[in-house]
Design a protein around this ligand. Structure first.
Ligand code: 6PG
Length: 245
């Protein structure tokens, strides 16, 4: 693997979650030490839950300056924040409610807004206001957490979606035909501007798509188009998901 691309394969989903939690904490400590703040975008789906649990359980001893973290979301479903499907709701219940964070610095996506396009634009403006821009003028997150769907999607960037080619907007609303639902999602220009990207993928059902993304770099799969312009990409896998590598 190159300097910019790393792979960690852990013996179980729990060990992969622990590795991701360690990277998560270390990124915050380093960013706050160097720049006095840390901007993070959380992933959705079910995989991050073990990592959230880990971060919450170890908050009392982790020496992490949680109060200096600006927390965003990589994507969100078109449901209220207290819905079981809400990426924010899951993060809040499993992690945020148990951390000494500054709630003023937590920014949920309003993906259940009536006007999703305006809500996406507003979210992009919050990011532009809060997250310092990198050399190319794009807000530069310290860490973007991502998952990988069985069809190779990541965030809410699905195969064959017209937003895969979005080159200007940083946050967009989209309809996902395969789900029959609307989503709000960060786009590749914003994701790939991040200092660090961690893609946490576990489970035997992901082995095929992991091989296509990591070994084949199959560009028909959105997850294979995650590539930091000047940062690092760290795949954190369990042995089941890495089975075909
Ligand atoms: C979402 C996520 C999505 C997720 C993958 C993997 O809102 O669903 O952003 O990209 O990371 O679908 O989901 P699982 O972790 O549930 O397998």
């Amino acid at each position: 693997m190159s300097e910019t691309k790393q792979i960690s394969v852990q013996k179980s989903a729990e060990a992969a979650a622990a590795k991701a939690a360690e990277l998560f904490r270390e990124t915050i400590r380093q960013a706050v030490q160097q720049r006095g703040r840390c901007a993070i975008a959380l992933a959705g789906g079910t995989t991050p839950r073990l990592m959230y649990q880990r971060l919450a359980d170890e908050a009392v001893v982790d020496r992490v300056p949680w109060g200096q973290v600006d927390l965003f979301f990589g994507d969100e479903r078109d449901v209220p924040q207290d819905d079981v499907e809400s990426n924010f709701g899951v993060a809040q219940k499993m992690m945020l409610d148990h951390l000494p964070i500054d709630w003023e610095r937590v920014h949920p996506m309003r993906a259940d807004a009536d006007d999703l396009d305006s809500a996406s634009d507003e979210y992009e403006q919050i990011i532009r206001r809060v997250v310092p821009a990198g050399p190319d003028g794009i807000p530069q997150f310290d860490l973007v957490m991502l998952g990988m769907g069985g069809d190779g999607h990541t965030a809410s960037l699905f195969p064959d979606s017209p937003i895969l080619g979005e080159g200007k907007r940083l946050v967009v609303a989209c309809h996902v035909p395969v789900l029959g639902r609307n989503r709000m999602t960060m786009t590749f220009p914003l994701i790939n501007a991040s200092r660090h990207i961690v893609m946490l993928v576990t489970g035997d059902d992901k082995a095929g798509v992991v091989e296509r993304v990591i070994r084949q770099e199959d560009q028909s799969l959105p997850a294979a188009r995650v590539y930091p312009v000047r940062g690092t990409l760290h795949y954190v896998l369990d042995t089941a998901a890495a089975r075909l590598l």
